[in-house]
Design a protein around this ligand. Structure first.
Ligand SMILES: Cc1cc2nc3c(=O)[nH]c(=O)nc-3n(C[C@H](O)[C@H](O)[C@H](O)COP(=O)(O)O)c2cc1C
Length: 264
């Protein structure tokens, strides 16, 4: 990797959408980029039978295709007080009322310490990673024995939480204190554990003022989050654009005029 150019901190800009003059029903071939995308289909398809594919190939393919994934940097504590921190990209929000997030720990031969800790002590924190400290967060994925404290390896700073024993990461601009809501064991064909799916209720959210926009929401340009791609690849989010979500009552007349019965 030494032959690659050095990392440059992202300077995002807000841009127009890829096709600002698009109107309902227009095919993707109305832009040059869209035409190229359609053209590429001539290379054909590779179709995988997920029930028969080798699990390692399926893993590599899945994590390269399900992208970009947000990353939960999860801090947890065992019943004996041993602390743990590790990144998990099989992560997302499940609901906001109540606020619930999901994290999936895939055992790889043993239950991961994070899953064990959360089941033992219930509380954990999910910290969103920003560009300046992705290397530190990545170091925490080391496959160290349970008694090793990954915090020391990362060089990151512990900040006490309000409602859970697990510390939060002081360097994180967006942290959620969570409490175990439900643990679901996903089984493999042999009856072994394929994954520990953790559902956690969000109790507190800590947000750095510096990443908020004037509407009190997190500005991605300021947060500079890092996402996970396939293999060992990460990505920054790049330029940002906004596309309004269509509302039926505002668009109904235009849609009915344009498409008539084809809408039904
Ligand atoms: C960016 C990144 C994302 C990861 N996502 C996951 C994941 O979603 N699920 C998982 O089981 N392991 C994932 N891992 C691997 C864990 O971080 C790694 O196994 C870690 O050692 C688990 O720590 P623990 O056993 O201390 O809980 C990921 C690793 C990296 C670097």
């Amino acid at each position: 990797m030494a032959d690659l150019p050095p990392f440059e901190p992202t300077s995002f800009k807000y841009t127009q959408s890829p096709n600002p003059s698009w109107s309902f029903g227009d095919p993707i071939t109305t832009t040059e980029d869209g035409r190229k995308w359609v053209e590429d289909e001539k290379q054909g398809w590779k179709t995988i039978d997920a029930t028969k594919e080798d699990p390692r190939t399926l893993y590599a393919l899945s994590v390269s295709g399900l992208v970009p994934r947000p990353i939960a940097f999860v801090s947890s504590v065992a019943a004996n007080g041993s602390e743990n921190i590790a990144p998990f990209s099989w992560f997302n929000q499940v609901s906001t009322n109540p606020p619930v997030i999901s994290v999936s720990c895939s055992p790889a031969g043993r239950h991961k310490d994070t899953a064990n800790n959360i089941r033992e002590t219930k509380g954990f924190t999910v910290n969103i990673i920003s560009e300046p400290w992705i290397v530190q967060a990545n170091a925490a994925s080391i496959d160290a024995p349970a008694e090793i404290n990954e915090w020391t390896v990362t060089g990151l700073t512990k900040e006490p939480s309000i409602s859970v024993t697990a510390a939060r990461v002081k360097e994180s601009a967006f942290t959620m204190e969570c409490e175990l809501l439900q643990h679901i064991e996903i089984k493999n064909a042999a009856g072994g554990v394929a994954a520990d799916l953790i559902l956690g209720t969000v109790k507190y959210i800590h947000i750095r003022n510096a990443v908020l926009n004037d509407r009190g929401l997190v500005d991605p340009v300021k947060l500079r989050p890092v996402s996970r791609l396939g293999e060992i690849a990460y990505a920054t989010i790049g330029d940002v654009f906004r596309i309004p979500r269509p509302v039926w009552k505002d668009e109904k007349d235009e849609l009915e005029n344009k498409f008539g019965n084809a809408l039904l």
